[in-house]
Ligand binder design. Structure first.
Ligand SMILES: [Zn+2]
Length: 213
């Protein structure tokens, strides 16, 4: 399998390319920005893009999705509960002081339990609301990999003070959907370094009994 992850855009959103060298097919997760670079990399790797998966509709994750779709023809997947946030893209751009990217409704909703990804490395969609209402994590069980969006970070958790955020809901999502995964599961957060479920279970201050507030 081809697995590459690199930060894009001013907020350094981790964009991920997963590819099957045999089938020459790939997926991209969270093409928030720098679409030219992502597209060049897909071309260099000789991958035909099959799906554009977006963990949630914050501008730094979804900003380049439509541009990438136009370049490749691949469909965009985003959980439907984030449609109100997608419609606020102009306000989101204003908060950051950046230009407003063109967006379009997703081709398909990343519904809980949906299986996406490639035949050789499928991912199960875990709907984990809290950071936003439509936030999802993608669990690649065969790769022992969780792409976590902004739900879980190394040593921290997603912020809940933006529209659609809900701290109790996020806590529930973390405990019922993520801490139930095996300790050895690698976690690739939406920003910052990778970690594992085991490390976060042990040392993430937000995941201990009685969170710190
Ligand atoms: Zn976010």
């Amino acid at each position: 399998m081809i697995f590459e992850s690199f930060p894009v855009g001013p907020l350094a959103c981790n964009c991920t390319i997963l590819g099957d060298e045999e089938a020459r097919e790939g997926i991209v997760i969270d093409p928030g920005d720098e679409v030219g670079r992502i597209h060049r990399r897909l071309t260099e790797l000789g991958l035909k893009l099959k799906q554009i998966l977006v963990t949630h509709a914050h501008i730094d994750h979804v900003g380049g999705a439509l541009k990438l779709k136009r370049l490749t023809g691949a469909p965009i997947f985003l959980n439907e509960s984030d449609l109100p946030l997608l419609e606020m893209i102009e306000a989101q751009a204003a908060w950051l002081g950046v230009g407003t990217p063109e967006t379009a409704p997703p081709d398909e909703s990343l519904k809980d339990g949906l299986v996406v990804g490639l035949k050789e490395c499928p991912a199960c969609v875990l709907h984990t609301p809290g950071h936003t209402q439509g936030s999802v994590c993608l669990h690649f069980a065969s790769l022992k990999l969780l792409v976590a969006g902004d739900t879980l970070f190394a040593g921290s958790i997603g912020r809940t003070d933006l529209p659609g955020g809900n701290f109790e809901q996020l806590t529930e999502s973390l405990h019922s959907r993520l801490l139930t995964l095996p300790d050895e599961t690698r976690v690739l957060p939406g920003h910052g370094p990778a970690t594992t479920i085991g490390d976060e279970r042990k040392s993430n201050p937000f995941l201990q009994d009685g969170h710190p507030d």
